[in-house]
Unconditional design. Structure first.
Length: 185
């Protein structure tokens, strides 16, 4: 089985850059790197962000667009010689629970989430997940946003339990430690 890592932090904390540093080391050792991108280009600002990420991505990194079907994308590139960066879980969750179309698919989300949790321990690729840690601020005023923050917190915890390492990014600095065996929080 592959070794997996979760990188969390706030916006612009250096999460994606840290994942790319790990991937460049992997690539330098002769490994393949695949980036599973979960963003949807639904407006001009997001199109600009996606274009920036694409332009800044190191040469030789394969990109797979998977705004909804993350588990299938991971299966597609699963190989012991491949490091997969999933950038990011936050946008993946947003696409399911707060889509631009306004039509939330909770049943579809639950099925995809369950599939990811089931597939992750069986992957032979090493996977680096990127996600936001959004629950450190004040409690959001709207119920939908509170539900989203709660769901992202649960998703991050469940993914972390299936990873060997957890990295917290703060001001571009990585704090990494092994994941401890815990019960559901």
């Amino acid at each position: 089985m592959g070794t997996h890592q979760l990188i969390v932090g706030g916006q612009r904390s250096g999460k994606s850059r840290q994942a790319e540093r790990l991937a460049l080391r992997w690539q330098a050792a002769g490994g393949r790197v695949a980036v599973v991108a979960t963003a949807l280009a639904a407006d001009d600002e997001m199109r600009a962000r996606i274009a920036h990420h694409r332009a800044a991505r190191p040469a030789g990194f394969e990109t797979i667009e998977a705004p909804l079907r993350l588990s299938a994308a991971l299966q597609q590139v699963d190989d012991a010689g491949t490091l997969v960066i999933v950038d990011c879980l936050t946008l993946w969750l947003t696409n399911w629970l707060m889509p631009m179309s306004g039509a939330c698919d909770e049943a579809g989300w639950q099925a995809e989430r369950d599939e990811l949790m089931s597939r992750l321990p069986r992957l032979v690729s090493s996977v680096v997940f990127v996600s936001n840690e959004v629950g450190w601020g004040v409690s959001p005023l709207g119920r939908k946003v509170r539900d989203f923050v709660d769901e992202l917190g649960h998703l991050n915890q469940d993914v972390a339990r299936r990873c060997g390492q957890l990295t917290l990014m703060v001001a571009g600095q990585a704090w990494t430690r092994p994941v401890e065996e815990t019960t559901n929080a």
